[in-house]
Design a protein around this ligand. Structure first.
Ligand code: PLP
Length: 302
């Protein structure tokens, strides 16, 4: 079954690379599909991961696989294939799409069952989907150099944000508001005025004393794989780091601010809610962390 309309009319809006993977098969993207009763579609009963590919190499692969296992266990969903098979599938997808720089998207759903909320008692039959998307290294490098503007929004997500589920409506709405405001991300703010994280990134500031600050891990935020690599790199480089909550007011007054995610490690935040952060340009510590990340992850900048 093909759904050619989007791909043919607006090739730039076509979802992803030429070849997708669905349950053991590599298929032309337009022909790859799942069952209409798939619980990923019906309920958002599914987990996902996004891995960065740079110069054909998967970055932070083990961290993403660890988190995938953890998220799946949290919703009682078994691994769809042995863990060792996943890197092979990801590499094969990179090869078949001739992907140099971009992202691999991986999703595991609970599979197709007659629609009923409780987790089915019958044997597990998870759906495994992977797609590949080409990135633009020049654009990524420009973003790392010039930074982005962001806005703040109330955090309206559920109480288990540590699980990487595809139930992303609150993030979709917040990031849409950001886009309409000419911003690249929304920092989500909890009921006490503290920033939890971005809609699809972890949030960091450099406070008045020069300390690198990011919210500690809990059920309030996603344990970002890039966050962990940047934290370790900062620690090894002898930078002063504090895992503590910070408020929006503190972020406005910060010397520097930045975002981390698989699609960009230490992306400078140069404005929040229309206020310039620091001198309104990428800060020195942020740029240093970009270098430290690139050294650790084995990739280059961009
Ligand atoms: N926080 C949220 C809510 C996210 O969706 C993501 C990534 O998608 C991140 C943080 C960053 O995580 P990672 O560095 O593993 O990409």
């Amino acid at each position: 079954m093909a759904y050619p309309s989007v791909m043919e009319k607006w090739p730039d809006r076509g979802p992803s690379g030429r070849i997708a993977y669905v349950n053991g098969r590599y298929l032309r993207h337009g022909e790859a599909s799942v069952h209409v009763e798939d619980r990923g579609l019906q309920f958002g009963d599914s987990i996902y991961e996004v891995c960065r590919v740079e110069a054909g190499v998967l970055l932070d692969e083990q961290g993403h696989l660890d988190r995938l296992e953890r998220s799946l266990a949290a919703i009682e969903l078994p691994m769809p294939v042995a863990r060792g098979a996943l890197p092979r599938i990801m590499r094969e997808l990179i090869r078949r799409n001739r992907l140099r720089d971009g992202l691999i998207y991986l999703q595991v759903t609970r599979g197709a069952f007659r629609r009923d909320h409780p987790i089915p008692d019958s044997a597990a039959r998870p759906t495994l989907i992977l797609t590949a998307r080409t990135g633009d290294p020049a654009m990524a490098a420009a973003r790392l150099a010039q930074g982005v503007k962001i806005i703040t929004r109330p955090d309206e997500r559920w109480a288990r944000r540590d699980i990487k589920t595809t139930q992303l409506l609150p993030a979709i709405l917040a990031k849409t508001a950001a886009k309409r405001a000419g911003a690249a991300e929304a920092w989500l703010v909890d009921g006490d005025g503290f920033v939890t994280e971005g809609g699809s990134t972890n949030g960091w500031i450099v406070d008045a004393g020069g300390t690198l600050v990011t919210r500690p891990l809990s059920r309030d935020i996603l344990p970002g794989v890039t966050r962990a690599v940047v934290l370790a790199a900062a620690g090894e480089a002898g930078l002063t780091v504090a895992e503590r909550k910070f408020t929006v007011a503190e972020a406005y007054a910060a010397r520097e601010a930045f975002l981390t995610s698989a699609s960009g490690a230490a992306v400078p935040v140069v404005g929040i809610d229309g206020r310039a952060i620091g001198d309104g340009r990428a800060g020195p510590l942020t740029l240093r962390l970009q270098e430290l990340y690139a050294e650790r992850s084995g990739g280059g900048l961009g």
